[in-house]
Design a protein around this ligand. Structure first.
Ligand SMILES: [Fe+2]
Length: 279
């Protein structure tokens, strides 16, 4: 099926013009799935899907996964749709969402592969802030100088929940409030995917480089994160109500620009299980 698309930026993002009915069409989903590998972020402006439509499209994309169902603020009864909000009336543990202010990939601390894709509908937007930024980790790797690529070969990185929420802990949140605080995983710094492509696996979950002095390792991680997030490889989405964005979680980092906790900003997220482990 031919999609009606345009590039948002040369190395990341495609805008797709479609109708709501398209989201129930397996051929449409398959075409989007293919485009996602190359463009990392797909934007469907103002499409206004309801939860059932979003879940149906999620199921066409792959195997649905709700990996935060048991997390604070997650609603077990919410049928695999995770409501992302800081509204204290809906989210009784908003600290978990504050971690999303920092560059991360969803699910790197889980025992299963990180979700392939995350799908987000804007239900209510913040008047100020609340934009979501994405960066393309394939492009970040591919554009590194060859000498840097050679230096990174074989390096492994310790990722932890604790590292990812350091900034949040300073806001009077104690580790005891956090479910999964001790979760951690070691991953290669360069992820060689099943299709042969490589991506740079960094983010605020990356705590230290194994077998490297702490300071040198952290300096390297900071430098690589800055490199990956540079404007050429990243896109900031300014949300309008009803916007639907799908991103390749396993090939991207994302973060949200801080917004007022009482702004009512609400996003509905679904996720598709990854099919390949980080290696
Ligand atoms: Fe996230």
């Amino acid at each position: 099926m031919e999609l009606n698309t345009e590039h948002i930026k040369p190395l990341i993002g495609s805008r797709i013009h479609a109708s709501r009915a398209d989201f129930a069409n397996p051929e449409f989903a398959a075409a989007c799935r293919e485009l996602l590998d190359e463009r990392i972020v797909l934007l469907f402006p103002g499409i206004g899907l309801d939860d059932d439509e979003q879940l149906a499209f999620t199921d066409l994309f792959g195997e649905r996964v709700n990996f935060v169902k048991q997390a604070p603020g997650g609603e077990a009864a919410a049928r695999d749709v995770y409501k992302i909000t800081l509204d204290p009336k809906i989210n009784n543990a908003p600290e978990y969402v504050l971690g999303t202010f920092f560059w991360h990939m969803d699910g790197v601390m889980e025992t299963f592969p990180p979700p392939l894709a995350s799908l987000l509908t804007a239900r209510s937007v913040a008047p100020r802030g609340g934009q979501t930024e994405f960066c393309n980790l394939y492009a970040a790797y591919e554009h590194l100088p060859d000498a840097d690529k050679a230096e990174l070969e074989g390096l492994r990185v310790h990722h932890s929940v604790f590292a990812s929420i350091r900034g949040v802990l300073e806001l009077d949140v104690t580790p005891a409030d956090w479910q999964g605080i001790s979760k951690s995983n070691d991953h290669p710094l360069v992820w060689t995917h099943e299709d042969g492509r490589k991506s740079l696996l960094v983010g605020t979950t990356a705590e230290r480089v194994l077998d490297m002095p702490l300071a040198e390792g952290r300096a390297l991680l900071v430098r690589l994160l800055e490199w990956a997030a540079q404007p050429d490889f990243s896109y900031r989405h300014e949300w309008a109500e009803g916007d639907f964005v799908v991103w390749k979680n396993s090939g991207a980092l994302h973060r949200v620009i801080p917004y007022d906790r009482n702004s009512g900003r609400t996003m509905h997220r679904t996720s598709v299980l990854g099919t390949e482990a980080i290696r």
